[in-house]
Unconditional design. Structure first.
Length: 205
């Protein structure tokens, strides 16, 4: 997908606004600028930021209800994918987006974007140092499924919907789990790659 096709998808299928698209354009420019000095994303994906990073992250909004007094935590947010894209989309000031990232350089980038775009989200450090009570937990290119599920069980303190952007081997990873998934889950097709999946798990405490 080229930039124009991605933007049409964001507007028509995912209900992003034109103002959101302007912010995403600034994000792309800043990301390329920072990436010259710091390796925030793979150089091989710089020409495909709109589909490989922005749209891939944006598709998660279909599975989130942006309700008052609820929150979303992005574990290992990196350069802000997917959490930053969700924060740009979020219009409810009573719904809180939290980005957990251990790299100071990446946190500096996120702070720069937060100020430049004037959007609300929290930038936090190591997820291990926090008590996480979010109703939504998302991650992308974070850790192996087994470890993500362990974190979900042990660190997230409330019932939550776990949303993981996975590649083509999602089903194989589920079948290979040492401890079978005891929760209801579903695999959704990714809109950026026909063989990639989005794993959604309803975790009950």
């Amino acid at each position: 997908m080229n930039k124009e096709e991605v933007q049409l998808t964001l507007l028509n299928k995912l209900k992003f606004s034109k103002d959101d698209l302007d912010k995403l354009s600034i994000l792309q420019e800043e990301l390329l600028k920072f990436n010259k000095k710091y390796n925030l994303i793979s150089r091989n994906t710089e020409a495909h930021i709109w589909d490989r990073h922005i749209l891939d992250s944006a598709q998660i909004v279909k599975y989130i209800r942006f309700e008052d007094e609820k929150s979303l935590s992005d574990l290992g947010s990196g350069a802000g994918f997917p959490g930053l894209i969700i924060a740009i989309f979020n219009q409810n000031k009573e719904f809180h987006v939290k980005l957990y990232e251990k790299s100071n350089i990446k946190c500096d980038f996120l702070e720069n974007i937060k100020n430049k775009l004037n959007i609300e989200f929290d930038i936090l450090g190591r997820y291990q140092d926090e008590e996480i009570t979010s109703e939504y937990v998302v991650c992308r290119a974070f850790k192996k499924l087994e470890e993500i599920l362990r974190i979900s069980r042990e660190i997230i303190k409330v019932n939550h919907k776990l949303i993981i952007l996975k590649g083509k081997n999602a089903e194989l990873e589920i079948n290979k789990l040492l401890q079978p998934l005891e929760f209801m889950y579903k695999l959704e097709k990714s809109i950026t790659d026909p063989i990639s999946k989005i794993l959604i798990v309803d975790v009950k405490k």
